[in-house]
Design a protein around this ligand. Structure first.
Ligand code: ADP
Length: 504
């Protein structure tokens, strides 16, 4: 039926099965590959309706589609986004990809269809999908394992930190004191690693859901200035903070965590000069930059610095200060918050890490500024002050009590909400409650604080200690008489918090 021999021979040698139908849906031409693909002899296909090659359930719909196609002919893949199936002579079905193209022939419009069996490709895609699901599952399992392991390691670490604090205050012998100081350093390093691992695993497992609010970026920058001023000064570095009045629309705690890691790195990798933290409005975005005049990063290392455990110039299995996790946490936060991050670095000159954060377009009130207060060691001032310690882990409870008593405080302990209420009832002179966040029976430190305030007044002082990461802490209601801190809390930090609450 096809006029040109040339066309016929081209279609014959095409690698795909080719079928041409007329406007009534009758096959006017089928090449050799059609027979191979469908198992029909060519004569069994030609002059037959095309629907014969389709599974029964698609036939009626196909007739309608075909009619509408011949009215608006153009070259296109058929059924884009749909799973198409064809039917062999033996009744078996197979997935196909079909592309259609109109042909003008002797004053009428014919439609050419190239049909490709995609069984293999679909199987391959399915295998990839399954492998990805499997990998995601393994990854999630790993993250959960890490989260549980790091969480459970915190309790004994907390005990060691507090016992170390007690011993440092009791022991006079210089050699023993030196050993205790070294132990303290090791415990600090270990808790830093645990915190980083917990952050990575929580971010990765999807356990952290961003809490997006509108807030002034200068709040975060001021907090970072307070936190890092001492460290920068101790290295002789100038810490410059240039904030705009801009407000951003993001998660304050997570953004704070990312910036904190960037500033910590800037200080760590700069031996002289300055570290600058600045923000500027850039259209619908607010750009926050952390720049330093430090050692910089060579171009060949730049692609890898966000990988877990990657440290420039440190061979695998050796270590130096840090664990190579800081930037991988930054990158996870950036992904979670949909931010844009850029790095520009010149060896010997310095580095600039910048984050583009969506600007706020509302005039909502600012999120409450988190305290971030950390005071250095204060003199023994506990004499005669009565504290209520609520902690469900017996080891942590005992070590904390011992330490606080060593500082001269009177301590009543409780393991749960009920005991805490009893303690308050029997001891009206209790001035501060220090409570772990997660307690027995699903109750929390927040419940204890609320109950204590109901009994003793809304300004009853409280310290909430939590093993949760910063974004969970950020969700808690803050007020002037409450301090929230994360585990493992060290001895000096706990004393500092008690002192600031008493001084308020
Ligand atoms: P680390 O714990 O080693 O600091 P990070 O993941 O935070 O791990 O950083 C990875 C590596 O990137 C670091 O080991 C360091 O070599 C490099 N790096 C990060 N920030 C800076 C910076 N501001 N200046 C120079 N090098 C940096």
């Amino acid at each position: 039926m096809l006029s040109s021999d040339l066309v016929r021979s081209v279609l014959e040698s095409a690698p795909d099965a080719m079928i041409i139908i007329d406007d009534s849906g009758t096959v006017v031409f089928a090449n050799r590959q059609v027979s191979m693909l469908f198992g029909y002899d060519r004569e069994e296909v030609v002059n037959q309706p095309i629907e014969r090659l389709l599974p029964e359930r698609f036939r009626t719909r196909h007739v309608a589609h075909r009619r509408s196609y011949t009215r608006t002919v153009r070259v296109r893949p058929m059924g884009a986004g749909l799973d198409l199936f064809a039917l062999r002579k033996d009744g078996s079905e197979f997935p196909v990809e079909i592309s259609l193209s109109p042909i003008e022939e002797g004053g009428r419009t014919l439609v050419a269809a190239a049909i490709r069996d995609v069984t293999e490709r679909m199987r391959f895609e399915q295998e990839i999908r399954e492998a990805r699901i499997e990998a995601d599952r393994a990854n999630l399992g790993k993250s959960r394992f890490l989260a549980t392991a790091s969480h459970d390691l915190r309790q004994p670490l907390q005990v060691i930190a507090l016992l170390n604090g007690s011993l440092q205050r009791l022991v006079e012998d210089p050699d023993a004191r030196e050993a205790l100081e070294q132990q303290d350093e090791a415990v600090t390093a270990m808790s830093r690693l645990l915190n980083a691992l917990l952050d990575v695993s929580k971010l990765e497992s999807g356990a952290i859901k961003p809490d997006i609010t509108d807030f002034k970026v200068s709040l975060l920058m001021d907090e970072l200035r307070r936190e890092f001023a001492g460290l920068a000064a101790s290295k002789g570095l100038e810490l410059v903070v240039e904030a705009t009045n801009a407000r951003v629309h993001s998660d304050m705690a997570l953004l704070g965590q990312a910036l904190k890691n960037l500033v910590a790195n800037a200080i760590k990798y700069t031996s002289s000069g300055w570290v600058r933290l600045r923000s500027e409005i850039a259209g619908p975005l607010v750009r926050v930059e952390v720049c330093d005049s430090g050692q910089g990063i060579a171009a060949e290392h730049l692609p890898f610095i966000f990988d877990e455990f990657y440290q420039v110039g440190v061979a695998a299995n050796t270590s130096r200060d840090g664990y190579g996790l800081g930037l991988s946490i930054v990158q996870r936060v950036v992904k979670l918050l949909n931010l844009e991050m850029k790095v520009d670095s010149r060896p010997g000159k310095g580095s600039t890490f910048s984050l583009d954060i969506p600007a706020s377009d509302s005039a909502a009130t600012d999120a409450v500024e988190s305290s971030g207060i950390r005071r250095s060691l204060l003199a023994r001032a506990g004499a005669s002050i009565h504290l209520l310690l609520v902690e469900d882990d017996p080891g942590v409870r005992k070590a904390t009590r011992m330490f606080l008593k060593g500082e001269g405080y009177r301590v009543t302990t409780a393991a749960n909400l009920e005991e805490a209420l009893q303690g308050l009832q029997q001891n009206p002179d209790i001035r501060i409650v220090i409570s772990d966040y997660h307690l027995e029976d699903g109750t929390t430190g927040s419940d204890v604080i609320a109950a204590a305030r109901e009994r003793c007044g809304a300004d009853f002082r409280a310290i909430l200690v939590t093993g949760d990461t910063s974004s969970a802490i950020a969700g808690l209601q803050r007020d002037a008489h409450l301090r929230v801190t994360s585990k493992p809390i060290d001895a000096d930090e706990l004393l500092g918090l008690i002192q600031t609450l008493l001084a308020d």
